[in-house]
Design a protein around this ligand. Structure first.
Ligand code: SAH
Length: 156
């Protein structure tokens, strides 16, 4: 099953939104890395802002944590995953041009709302895909980008 990796996402609303989308798009597991908030805070209290947006999706999609991104990506690589960064980089190709690999072994990485995915972590990714922007803004909200990327990369 495809894996979604959420690295250093700041907003619990965005993470909740991506959990709901991941469930809808057929993601089998979510890895939260760095400081990305989960459905429960460090004191064991349910995060209201998270579950308000996820609407319970965290009970359907298994998830775990990795303190750092690079070891998580190395592990996925060793398990035979193709790692796709959803990011605008010098070498990124349009997500609409991505030629589907068997999607059971795809790991899809989303980055921080302001800084994106850092260069060091991008080195562990097999390729980067971007969503072409047609207006004046240079990027999309991470949850919106995630929705477009998941349903495009995982289309049957
Ligand atoms: N680097 C962006 C800010 C990050 S947007 C900037 O310079 O403005 C937050 C995250 O959303 C990114 O890490 C990426 O995963 C995703 N994202 C947003 N817009 C995107 C696009 N047009 N193509 C691919 N990913 C995008």
């Amino acid at each position: 099953m495809p894996v979604l990796v959420l690295h250093n996402i700041r907003s619990a609303h965005n993470v909740g939104s991506m959990f709901r989308t991941a469930d809808g798009a057929g993601i089998g597991r979510i890895i939260l890395s760095g400081y990305t908030p989960g459905p429960v805070d460090p004191h064991g209290k349910v995060r209201k802002d998270f579950i308000k947006v996820s609407l319970g999706a965290e009970t359907f999609v298994p998830w775990d944590r990795s303190k750092q991104l690079s070891p998580a990506l190395k592990k996925l690589k060793a398990e035979g995953y193709t790692i796709v960064a959803v990011e605008q980089t010098e070498n990124s190709i349009s997500v609409f041009d991505y030629k589907n690999k068997p999607y059971e072994k795809l790991a899809i990485v989303m980055g921080n709302e302001v800084r994106g995915i850092n260069k060091q972590s991008l080195k562990h990714c097999d390729l980067a895909v971007e969503i072409p922007m047609r207006g004046k803004k240079e990027s999309l909200n991470v949850g919106v980008a995630c929705g477009i990327a998941l349903f495009t990369l995982l289309k049957k």
